[in-house]
Ligand binder design. Structure first.
Ligand SMILES: C[S@@+](CC[C@H](N)C(=O)[O-])C[C@H]1O[C@@H](n2cnc3c(N)ncnc32)[C@H](O)[C@@H]1O
Length: 198
């Protein structure tokens, strides 16, 4: 169940923003009619955005806790996303079935994150892509961010550095690791990372 802090934060424009999804989509190379997994549904705004922006995609959205999510408050694209309540540590999804896996502001709060990446590598089809958008562990706000998250959100929160993510994705067999940043914000709070299953 979400804490009071999470409930209050979920009402803010920042929590409802889909800008990180919007910026990251340009780095995804998708086939026609792709199957796209969004790990960390939260309130569902990002998932709904994906279903509108990728009208030919079937979006699957997975979260360990769907109590923050109210479909009546969201506008979906022509294909309604599928919602699954499950842990990202053991996803009820077939091996090599997905064209892309997206994690926006979710990876930092997951327990056993290396195991999650192993699951991501398992469910991606060969050539499928990972898109991960999160706080850059090198940013000066990363430590205060972790502190607030530890107090109010998750004891597991860790703002990963690009170097940590490169090593972790390599360990699960993903290749073509790349870090993307907003133009003019090379030292920004957010970073976007892509990698591909060979
Ligand atoms: C900050 S929210 C995601 C927000 C959403 N991606 C967005 O940008 O609007 C992080 C989500 O990760 C979920 N989560 C935490 N641990 C998880 C796990 N082990 N498996 C799946 N989801 C998990 C939480 O329930 C929470 O909804």
């Amino acid at each position: 169940m979400p804490s009071l802090f999470q409930k209050l934060f979920s009402r803010t424009p920042m929590a409802r923003s889909t800008r990180a999804y919007e910026f990251g989509l340009q780095f995804l190379d998708l086939p026609p009619d792709p199957l796209v997994l969004d790990i960390g549904t939260g309130q569902g705004n990002g998932t709904a955005f994906l279903s509108r922006r990728l009208p030919d995609a079937q979006v699957v959205s997975l979260d360990i806790d769907l109590t923050c999510f109210n479909p009546d408050e969201l506008a979906f694209g022509p294909k309604r996303p599928w919602f699954i309540q499950a842990t990202a540590l053991a996803m009820p999804l077939a091996t090599a079935s997905l064209d892309a896996v997206v994690l926006v502001m979710t990876f930092h709060c997951l327990p056993q994150s290396q195991q999650v990446l192993a699951e991501v590598a398992r469910v991606l089809r060969p050539g499928g892509m990972l898109l991960l958008a999160d706080v850059d562990g090198h940013h000066w706000m990363a430590r205060p961010f972790e502190l607030v998250e530890h107090l109010f959100v998750s004891p597991f929160t860790h703002a990963y550095t690009p170097e940590e993510l490169e090593q972790m994705t390599r360990q699960v067999g993903l290749v073509d690791f790349q870090v993307h940043r907003r133009p003019g914000k090379e030292r920004g709070f957010m970073m976007w990372v892509t990698a591909r299953k060979p």
